[in-house]
Ligand binder design. Sequence first.
Ligand code: RET
Length: 229
Amino acid sequence: MDHGFLNGSDFVGITFWIVSIAMWASTIFFFYEGMRVSAKWRTSMVVAGLITFIAAVHYMYMRDFWVATGESPVVYRYIDWVLTVPLQMVEFFLILVAAGAVVSGGSFWRLLVGSLVMIVGGYLGESGMISVLFGFIIGIIGWAIIIWEIFRGEASQAAASKESVTSAFNAMRLIVLVGWIIYPLGYIFGLMMGSVDANTLNWVYNLADFVNKILFGLIIWNAAVKDTA
Ligand SMILES: *C/C=C(C)/C=C/C=C(C)/C=C/C1=C(C)CCCC1(C)C
């Protein structure tokens, strides 16, 4: 810890390095591929690249913070989430528009507001500005708004009506339902119960971010390439 560089036995630190480089590489890939797909898919591809770009920058800081202190870089994670998670939810709307589905602005706003409520609620609880339990409840309400919209609401109906986007939409919403469970579980076991240490919490979050940001973008890329061909 005294030298401020990565220690070969610091497994969690190594996962921070791997994910930060993976985020940069994905960013270049998404931006480059965005120039190859048809014009209507470009916004979705640019946003996929912005998500991994924002994450890459934060991962550089998180990794340094971890290597130097051995503590959870909580505030950097939340700053990352408050930017990247709303952008990810807007992607549901953008791919529907790219596929030519009929979807109203209301759907866009429910996805955006739901994700902001979720992250802000979690942060207020985690930083002690409100009780941990109250923050959790607000966060769950935000998540529920998103899940409703993509499984039952207008966005889900629009996706079902456009074959070119249905399978991508369904894979992405599975990430939101299943891949995202890691985060509230981290909140419950790490913060509310204190039964998970910083090591476990951080490597699990790092793995989750890898799947939930990079795989999420790859699904969009796959839909864009198929639809272009
Ligand atoms: C790339 C980063 C992602 C996909 C982060 C996602 C974060 C969440 C799904 C957080 C969810 C939370 C709740 C559902 C309850 C309250 C606490 C949170 C903020 C951890």
